[in-house]
Design a protein around this ligand. Structure first.
Ligand code: ADP
Ligand code: MG
Length: 512
């Protein structure tokens, strides 16, 4: 189908989410929609799927004007959508979820399970999206759940499929599988709108790319002739530094000293085993690894969130064991937790309050037991500005910000205060290029102020761009740190469990 959006405008209180957006998606095309957090991508797609009404503008399908009152109308018109957050019923099987609402029933309205299962198996086979029709959705990994969402749209005979940030939840391998499925889908003349803020992915899959910035289309580009740099500049609206420029580190005294550390999970199983790690003032040590290899409990033990079962952790000479989390943070450790929602901020508190979390009862934010709102608010305004936190006001609750802006809030608070050690876990997850550039620059600036930095990231590119030394975690054990530069391939192999001595040709840590 050929889809045409004409001058679509959508306003929310205080923001024009879509500002006279024109967009054409041709039949058989993968049309990439690129834009920073909050640019208006999801809003535009929700309008196209009949979830929101546009304030102005119109939608044409094959030249005919389309009236959308609800998603049912969009589905009837051949438009399918896979949301950022899946909308499957966890306790239903794959087949039940796929046929839900359009199912064949037997007598007394009972679902014809066998028929649904056979149909879904055939559809999955035909579309190159293998699934077990009888598996329960709640037992499936997210990559497969997403496949079920796509099959659901195909079952309804979608001719245009909207994928809103489909790769955000996928491993690189799963993302490649998704791209294969997209190619198979469009080979039959159907169209896809693909949303992501990752430039690399657009260049891999899109036939054309439209860039949305602050509600407006600022350009449509051909991915074959447009560089990532050009796309990034278009998206952010200024020249963006895609690589990190980083002078050599001048490491000082040891700040973090981890020795023989063991950490257990709730069941008493060892999730971190015999880890030794020293980080000096003025250096960034990155821990690479596939998620789930013990990086999270390692960080939690270092920052006072989880018990130390064995060994010791010292920060600037002080033992972490026996200290409360609040003491650890007060004593000069900054922590950007991977789970910002539960550990990084309080959703019901305002942006201003969250920016002084753990600090609000100390000078200058409190004086003789009285909160100093002028100081708290001035501090908030300064950080909102410096870190480009997009929020209607500093009184807005943190929970209502977009994920990327919540992340910037936590980063701003933790980077801004004087600290000896900065522990940053997945600091740029869910954050767009403009903000990634800023966070990376600030990480290096922190280092150059003399802070010891522990960076934990599952993005290997991020690790290699920032680290002065790189360690790898695998099955609860840490190897390294190794001096940089180190090849991506070598780190990748150690992430899969290869012996460092074989990968690097020297004994582990042999050069230090
Ligand atoms: N339901 C809503 N109510 C109020 N504001 C909203 C709503 N949905 C989105 N917005 C605002 O509209 C803008 C665009 O958001 P969105 O379309 O989600 O962006 P993107 O998907 O590109 O990250 C943001 O400023 C966001 O805060
Ligand atoms: Mg979105």
């Amino acid at each position: 189908m050929r889809l045409e959006l004409q001058a679509i405008t959508k306003r929310f209180p205080g923001v024009v989410a879509n500002d006279a957006v024109d967009l054409v998606v041709e039949s058989g095309e993968v049309h990439g929609l690129l834009g920073e957090n909050g640019a208006g991508k999801s809003t535009l797609m929700n309008i196209l799927y009949g979830l929101y009404g546009a304030d102005e503008g119109q939608i044409l399908v094959d030249g005919q004007r389309l009236e959308l009152d609800d998603p049912g109308d969009a589905i009837d018109a051949g438009i399918g959508m896979v949301h950022q957050h899946f909308m499957l019923v966890p306790v239903f099987t794959v087949a039940e979820n796929i046929v839900l609402g359009v199912e064949h029933t037997r007598r007394l309205g009972k679902l014809d399970r066998a028929r649904a299962s056979t149909e879904v198996a055939a559809l999955a086979e035909r579309s190159g999206l293998p699934v077990d029709p009888d598996a329960l959705v709640e037992d499936l990994p997210v990559g497969i759940q997403q496949r079920v969402e796509i099959l659901k749209a195909l079952y309804r005979d979608a001719r245009l499929l909207i994928l809103d940030e489909p790769t955000a939840v996928l491993t690189p391998q799963e993302a490649d599988d998704l791209f294969d499925a997209i190619r198979a889908f469009t080979a039959e003349g159907r169209s896809v709108i693909f949303i992501s803020h990752k430039l690399r992915e657009h260049r891999a899959i899109a036939d054309r790319i439209s860039v949305l910035r602050r509600g407006r289309i600022v350009g449509t580009a051909d991915p074959r002739t447009t560089s990532e740099q050009e796309l990034a500049n278009l998206m952010v609206g200024r020249p963006v530094e895609l690589s990190v420029s980083k002078p050599a580190a001048t490491a000082g005294d040891a700040v973090l000293a981890v020795a023989g550390l063991g950490v257990e999970n709730a069941l008493g199983g060892r999730v971190v085993e015999d880890v030794d790690l020293t980080i000096h003032a003025g250096e960034i040590v990155a821990v690479a690894g596939v998620e789930g290899n013990g990086q999270s409990p390692l960080v939690r033990a270092i920052t006072g969130l989880q018990d130390i079962a064995e060994g010791t952790v010292h920060i600037a000479g002080r033992a972490v064991k026996g200290a409360t989390r609040k003491q650890v943070l007060r004593d000069g450790t900054g922590h950007v937790p991977e789970d910002r929602g539960s550990e990084g901020l309080v959703a019901d508190f305002s942006v201003a309050e969250n920016l002084v979390l753990n600090l609000w009862d100390a000078e200058p934010f409190a004086r003789r037991g009285t909160l100093q709102f002028a100081a708290i608010n001035a501090h908030a305004r300064e950080l909102v500005d410096a870190y480009d936190i997009r929020t209607p006001s500093i009184a807005t609750t943190a929970g209502s910000l977009s994920g990327g802006n919540q992340q910037k809030l936590v980063v701003a608070r933790e980077f801004d205060r004087p600290i000896d050690l900065l522990v940053a876990s997945q600091p740029t997850r869910g954050v767009d290029v403009g903000s990634i550039e800023y966070i990376h620059t600030q990480l290096v600036a922190k280092r150059d102020e003399g802070t010891a930095v522990l960076l934990v990231s599952s993005e290997l590119d991020e690790v290699l761009a920032l680290a002065d030394r790189v360690a790898v975690m695998f099955h609860g054990r840490l190897v390294g740190p190794f001096d940089t530069p180190i090849s991506k391939e070598a780190v990748g192999r150690m992430m899969a469990g290869a012996d460092p001595a074989e990968v690097l040709g020297t004994p582990p840590g042999g050069d230090t």
